[in-house]
Design a binder for this molecule. Sequence first.
Ligand SMILES: Cc1cc2nc3c(=O)[nH]c(=O)nc-3n(C[C@H](O)[C@H](O)[C@H](O)COP(=O)(O)OP(=O)(O)OC[C@H]3O[C@@H](n4cnc5c(N)ncnc54)[C@H](O)[C@@H]3O)c2cc1C
Length: 353
Amino acid sequence: MPEFFVAEALDKELDTLPKAKTVPRHEMRTDVLVIGAGPTGLACAIEALKIGLKVIVVDKGCLVNSLFHYPVGMLFFTTPELLEIGDIPFTTAQQKPTREEALEYYRKVTEHYSLDIRQYEWVKTVMGEDGDFAITATDRAGRPHDYRAKKVIVATGYYDLSNKLEIPGEDLPKVSHYYGEPHPYYDTDVMVIGGKNSAAIAALDLWRHGARVTLVYRGSQLHHHVKYWIKPDLENRIKAGEIEAYFNSFVQEIAIDHVVIITPRGPIRLKNDFVLAMVGYHPDYDFLRSMGIELSDEQHRPVCDPVSLESNVRGIYVAGVIVAGSRTNEIFIENGRFHGKQIAADLKIKIKP
Ligand SMILES: Cc1cc2nc3c(=O)[nH]c(=O)nc-3n(C[C@H](O)[C@H](O)[C@H](O)COP(=O)(O)OP(=O)(O)OC[C@H]3O[C@@H](n4cnc5c(N)ncnc54)[C@H](O)[C@@H]3O)c2cc1C
């Protein structure tokens, strides 16, 4: 099973290593601790730095971990200047940047500001009160890392937690909720579930690289949010019968060598090797609640001041896509990147360097 998570292989390897001797736990003190080194977390760190505060950024994966897990070679729908942070220009050869160019850009920005980024540390708990929070993260060797911070900014995104189909067979190794690159699917029968951007990108890329692709979507046609240069392309492949598509349909069961779908004309059993369930992602609501942040009923929006983005827990701010709760297409890099300035304006009043 082509699993994209390089880290996992390394984790298994790390597990074989003798456990690190217990080192005395020393706290790292900072003015502001940012949880999440995505584009928004980085923007928040830069703006806090600019007002003279000490900042540490902690990420459970690598720098801009979500972008790293985008499909290889993916083209952004946003033009580069709308992805800029820290007033650092982002220029690209083509009109739109690729995943790789964006990774390079955010690495360069991090270097430019010498940001203190702690990669591969998963923040598990945030305790304490305004002015003195105790934050504990765990690294991949299971070692704890303790931090004390006057203020905390939570910019944990949504891409880590995929929405589940809740059907039999979803846990089979042949099923993934992330698409990396086409090669491992060459000359195999692949089902792509979904009708939005991630599904459309995966279906076309797989077909172009020799996979036999079947798309299954509950909607009557591809979602209207699908990028304008992708939608007609995919629709033409479907019209030409090059990609098989079942609309107004859903997957009932996934088995080792086949999938059963329910279509308007009844159930159909299809030969299958791999399933890509591209059905969306959501923020880690439990993590937000664990630090006392309240979420709105309907859309799980964190309760916060719309100007300062300070949450209902004094001293804890929310930033980036999580501010929109389950409406993950409302905030993206283009607009989430400004949250840093909003929060810094409030920090400037409330915290003296
Ligand atoms: C395929 C695809 C294409 C996209 N194209 C575009 C586009 O063209 N333009 C655009 O503006 N947006 C685009 N987006 C949306 C964009 O990726 C998100 O809006 C953006 O990444 C949100 O930024 P963020 O910093 O809020 O969260 P993220 O980038 O998701 O960063 C959150 C970070 O927090 C870390 N984290 C989470 N929990 C913890 C924890 N407990 N401890 C430590 N670290 C933690 C994660 O590892 C991650 O690095 C696209 C999204 C996808 C999936």
